[in-house]
Design a binder for this molecule. Structure first.
Ligand SMILES: [Zn+2]
Ligand SMILES: [Zn+2]
Length: 347
């Protein structure tokens, strides 16, 4: 099969072509796994964190990609009666597997499992024509969603859904979104559906993204260090750096909650944390919570919600061979919506 393979970690700045296009043997499913023919795969900022070593794959080479839409090709290794059949269109998300037995897994928090395995980091993912995955970790894709629309919903959407629930706002309370890329533009759309009376304020350093946010219904959009016209009950941060965290805490209302939706933060501006002013930015019961991984339930609930509520990502398609180009654009902040690799079309 054709695959885009990561063989070596390093900064994308010094090596703008981190993935090599290769032919490799088609994977064979292990016990309990299914084989999937990949149709589309979303491109996520986490891939940059993997390539640059902030959340490094435990073994190289590896095939990245954790927002995979494909068709089930082989179920011969699945012994238990399963709902997955050959020919089903399914999705694979960041959660590749979890142990199923620990205190987290048995209490609905498999996202926190110490044995959590991530697709495209701890196991080969969807930047390839085929992949294998445990049968219990594929998700039916609602008919209403196209291959290309469904891909970004599997990570950007599902983790955005988890962040919005963790933001813990009631309808009518105010919500801030810091950074306006693949995930937060979907959070805006789901917030407008789930909490329709909530006013949304968007912080982005990019004027085009600010404009994009207003066009999707944000009542206000400004720069990362701007002061919002009112204090906000909750803010969701999807940026990779620290300045937005300090600035968000300043805009947060008393008792408000900042949810950081980032697997890792970069060290480039870590010194900005020294600007943190305790009386105005940390006191008054202001809370900080991070969001980690996703559960299968997050993914499935969100796919259903997206299909029903007409939540669709704005997407930009690239050929599989152009994965490096898509990643580089993401690195440079050239974002409008979500980037998707077209691996194979059904027709
Ligand atoms: Zn992701
Ligand atoms: Zn577990």
């Amino acid at each position: 099969m054709k695959a885009m393979v990561l063989r070596e970690l390093g900064s994308v700045k010094s090596n703008p072509q981190p993935l090599s296009q290769e032919r490799m043997p088609d994977p064979t499913p292990g016990e309990g796994e299914v084989l999937i023919r990949v149709l589309t795969c979303g491109v996520c900022h986490t891939e940059l964190d993997e390539i640059e070593g902030r959340t490094p794959p435990p073994e190289l080479p590896v095939v990245l990609g954790h927002q995979v839409v494909g068709v089930v090709e082989d179920v011969s290794q699945v012994k238990q009666v399963s709902q997955v059949k050959k020919g089903d269109r399914v999705g694979v998300a960041w959660i590749f597997s979890a142990c199923g037995e620990c205190e987290y897994c048995t209490s609905g928090q498999e996202n926190l499992c110490p044995y959590f395995k991530a697709t495209g980091r701890d196991a080969n993912g969807g930047y390839a024509e085929y992949m294998t995955v445990p049968a219990g970790f594929v998700h039916p894709i609602p008919q209403l969603l196209s291959d290309s629309e469904a891909a970004p919903l599997l990570c950007a959407g599902a983790i955005g859904y988890r962040s919005l629930r963790l933001a813990n706002i009631h309808d009518g309370q105010s919500l801030g979104l810091t950074g306006f890329g693949g995930s937060n533009h979907l959070v805006l759309k789901m917030a407008r559906h789930m909490v329709p009376n909530t006013e949304i304020f968007v912080f982005s350093r990019n004027p085009e993204e600010q404009e994009f946010a207003r066009s999707l219904g944000a009542v206000w959009a400004g720069d990362i260090d701007a002061t919002s016209p009112r204090k906000l009950d909750a803010i969701i941060d999807t940026t990779p750096v620290w300045k937005p965290v300090v600035e968000a805490l300043r805009n947060l209302d008393n008792g408000g909650r900042l949810v950081i939706n980032a697997i890792r933060k970069e060290d480039v501006d870590k010194g900005y944390l020294l600007n943190l002013d305790y009386p105005t930015e940390r006191w008054m019961q202001k809370e900080i919570k991070s969001v980690a991984n996703v559960t299968r339930q997050d993914v499935r609930e969100f796919l259903e919600l997206a299909a029903e509520a007409g939540i669709r990502p704005e997407t930009q398609e690239y050929a599989l061979e152009d994965a490096n180009h898509a990643l580089l654009e993401l690195r440079q902040g050239k974002i409008r919506g979500a980037k998707v690799l077209r691996v194979e079309s059904l027709n």
